[in-house]
Design a protein around this ligand. Structure first.
Ligand SMILES: Cc1cc2nc3c(=O)[nH]c(=O)nc-3n(C[C@H](O)[C@H](O)[C@H](O)COP(=O)(O)O)c2cc1C
Length: 421
C-alpha cells in the first residue's frame, strides 16, 4: 500500500481552496512568526539543509542557488517565479496556481524575505488565462488583507509586490535566461552562461528564478524544519514531487508522491494501471524532453533523480507519459519532433537546423520514403545537436531522438522495408 504524503497538495481537496477564506482555516500564512524570527542567512541555510531541489526540471539545490543572491546590496533583489510550463506531458504547476494559489503566494513571501527581494514576478504561460485569473484574484485578496504590499503580514520592515507577467506562448521562454530576456521585453533567446556560478539578472538587478512548485514547497520547510522535509524521499532526492501522469493509464492526473517511489507502483496505484488491460510498451519519465524508457527498464525504476540518471534518462519535471503496446513509436517521435522544430528559438544553428532536419527524415520514414542511411543520418544530425548550443533544448531533443530510434529501431526499420502500413 502506498503511503499518502501531501506537502504541496495538502489543501487541493478543500472546498473553494483557491480563496483566502477557505485556506486560512487550514493553516495558510500560519508560519509568519517562524519566518520573521529567522535571519536571511538562517533561512537560506535551512533550505540548503532540507535538500530541496528545483522542481522545474534541472533538480539543482535550491539552497545553493539562493546563496548566490547578494544580501548586502542596498538595491533589493528580484524573484522570478517560472510558471511557463509549456512542455508536453508537464502540467503540475497549473494545479498549484488553480487549486491553491495562496500556497504560491506564501512561498513567494518566504523566499523574497530570505533573498532580500521586494518584488516578485510570476512569468505565466500565455495560454493559462483562466489560471492567471484565479492567481490574480488571490493576489488581490492578499493585498486587501495586508498580506502583500507595505508591511507584509504586519512586519514593519518588509514590503513586497507581486506582479503576473504573461508569456506569449513559446516553450523556450521557460528556460530561465530566455524568460528574463522576455520579461525585459526582448525576444526569448537564452543568454550565454557565465563561467562561474552567479545569479541571474533582470535589467541588471540580481534575480532568482525558481519553479512554481519549488517555491510552493518552501512554507512547509519554514514551518516544519529541514528534517521534516528530509524525512521523505531518498537521501539525495529528499521530499516529494507532484508527478503529472498522462497517456494510456486509466486515471491520468497529478499526484504527489515521495521521491524513490517505484514507478510501476505509482502507475498502478494512481494511474489505475494501463488502460483497457493493455500491456505497457514505454514511458517518457519526466516531460517530453526526457529520454524514453522501455517497459523492461520501467519494471524496477524508481522515481528519483539518481535512479533516472542511472537509466540514462532524467526525472525532469516528473511529467510521465505512459504508452501502451499499440503505440506507434515512429508516429510518437514524429509528434514530438514537430514540437521541437516549431519551438526551437533558432538562435543556435545545430538546434534550428537539426530539429527540422530530423523531423523531415522521420516524416519520410513514416511515408515509406526513407532508407536505412537516412535513419543513420537522423542519428548523426542528432549527435551534432548535443553539446553545441547555448541552452539544453537541443541536447534534450537529441536524447529523445536517440532514445526512440535506438530502443525501438525495429519499428523504424520496418517502415523502411515496407513492413508496417
Ligand atoms: C527549453 C526549456 C524550457 C524550460 N521550461 C521551464 C518551465 O516551463 N518551468 C520551469 O520551472 N523551468 C523550466 N525550465 C528550467 C529553467 O531553465 C530553470 O532551470 C528553472 O526554472 C529553475 O527553477 P528550479 O531550480 O526551481 O527548478 C526550462 C528549461 C529549458 C531548457
Amino acid at each position: 500500500m502506498m503511503q499518502e504524503i501531501k506537502i504541496v497538495s495538502k489543501r487541493f481537496d478543500i472546498e473553494n481552496s483557491h480563496t483566502l477564506e477557505a485556506v486560512k482555516t487550514h493553516g495558510a500564512y500560519s508560519w509568519r512568526d517562524q519566518l520573521f524570527e529567522m535571519t536571511q542567512d538562517q533561512i537560506i541555510e535551512m533550505i540548503k539543509q532540507s535538500g530541496l531541489r528545483g522542481k522545474g526540471g534541472g533538480g539543482a539545490s535550491a539552497g545553493d542557488k539562493w546563496a548566490l543572491m547578494p544580501l548586502e546590496n542596498e538595491q533589493k533583489n528580484i524573484l522570478a517565479v517560472n510558471c511557463d510550463e509549456s512542455e508536453p506531458g508537464t502540467f503540475k504547476d497549473r494545479q498549484i496556481i488553480s487549486k491553491d494559489p495562496h500556497l504560491l503566494i506564501e512561498g513567494i513571501i518566504c523566499t523574497c524575505y530570505a533573498i532580500n527581494a521586494n518584488k516578485a514576478y510570476i512569468y505565466i504561460r500565455g495560454e493559462y488565462k483562466q489560471f492567471q485569473d484565479i492567481l490574480q484574484n488571490a493576489i488581490d485578496e492578499a493585498y486587501r488583507e495586508g498580506i502583500l504590499g507595505e508591511k507584509v503580514l504586519g512586519d514593519e520592515s518588509f514590503s513586497l509586490d507581486v506582479v503576473i507577467h504573461r508569456g506569449a506562448g513559446a516553450y523556450i521562454c521557460g528556460e530561465k535566461s530566455a524568460l528574463l530576456e522576455s520579461m525585459e521585453g526582448k525576444r526569448g533567446h537564452p543568454r550565454l552562461k557565465p563561467h562561474q556560478k552567479e545569479c541571474e539578472w533582470y535589467f541588471g538587478i540580481p534575480t532568482l528564478v525558481n519553479n512554481v512548485e519549488t517555491i510552493a514547497t518552501v512554507p512547509f520547510i519554514i514551518q516544519n524544519g529541514a528534517d521534516a522535509y528530509k524525512a521523505f524521499g531518498t537521501e539525495q532526492s529528499p521530499g516529494t514531487l507532484l508527478f503529472a501522469l498522462s497517456g494510456h493509464v486509466a486515471t491520468p492526473g497529478v499526484y504527489e508522491v515521495q521521491f524513490g517511489t517505484s514507478m510501476m507502483e505509482y502507475i498502478n496505484h494512481y494511474g489505475g494501471g494501463i488502460k483497457n488491460g493493455k500491456k505497457l510498451k514505454a514511458v517518457i519519465p519526466g516531460g517530453a524532453s526526457t529520454k524514453i524508457l522501455t517497459a523492461d527498464e520501467v519494471q524496477n525504476a524508481k522515481l528519483d533523480y539518481e535512479s533516472m540518471r542511472a537509466l540514462g534518462s532524467s526525472l525532469g519535471t516528473g511529467g510521465m507519459i505512459v504508452m501502451d503496446e499499440d503505440t506507434n513509436m515512429v508516429e510518437a517521435l514524429k509528434n514530438l519532433l514537430e514540437f521541437y522544430r516549431h519551438e526551437s528559438c533558432g538562435q543556435c544553428t545545430p538546434c534550428r537546423e537539426g530539429t527540422g532536419w530530423v523531423d523531415t527524415i522521420i516524416k519520410n520514414v513514416l511515408d515509406g520514403e526513407a532508407s536505412k542511411d537516412d535513419l543513420e543520418k537522423a542519428l548523426e544530425v542528432s549527435k551534432t545537436m548535443n553539446g553545441q548550443t547555448i541552452c539544453v533544448f537541443a541536447p534534450a531533443a537529441s536524447d529523445v531522438i536517440d532514445g526512440f530510434i535506438h530502443k525501438f529501431r525495429d519499428e523504424f526499420e520496418s517502415y523502411i522495408q515496407g513492413g508496417v502500413s
